[in-house]
Design a protein around this ligand. Sequence first.
Ligand code: GRF
Length: 193
Amino acid sequence: MVLSTGTNKIKTAVFISGKGSNLKSLIKFSKLQKSPISINLIITNNKLAKGLKYGVIFKIQKKIIQFINKDVAEKKILNELKKNKIELICLAGFMKIISKNFIKNFKGKILNIHPSLLPKYKGLNTHQRAIKNKDRYSGCTVHFVNSKLDSGKIILQKKVKILKKDTPGSLAKKILAQEHKLYPEAILKIFNP
Ligand code: GRF
């Protein structure tokens, strides 16, 4: 495994609200020579987000920005992104909907990962909905972020079979394992087509 120093890579910020398992997989990917990105900043709206520990472990700068007022919060985030010369944003379990105005500042440069085969099941509780509808497959999607929730151009998807015995929890676990592979693959697809 060849490690690179991170210079000359696309400076990336990852936005999280919770566990940060996708953040961890993106950080590991970013350290490979083949990765076009480096992770330079972690942004969260949740000071209790477990994923913040990866900032400590991997010595990556992190910023906690509370969303009491969305306009103010987004201005603060934009300021941090500018200060750190961030060129790409990866949303990874970020539980706030970002505004049109924010997106305008980073047009075509915000990615998101979603735990369903979009356009099916935008929003929350995707696994419950897929099981309830007796779908045979679900999966995950990496897409560009536009002003409509979970609706931007799809970059890559991975299918996961739903078994009769699956619960929302077991399905979430299987899909999350695929998410960890899909996000890096989608980034490679965009930047090294
Ligand atoms: C993932 O399932 C992702 O698709 C969704 O939120 C979850 C985040 O998990 N948007 P983690 O914080 O990366 O572990």
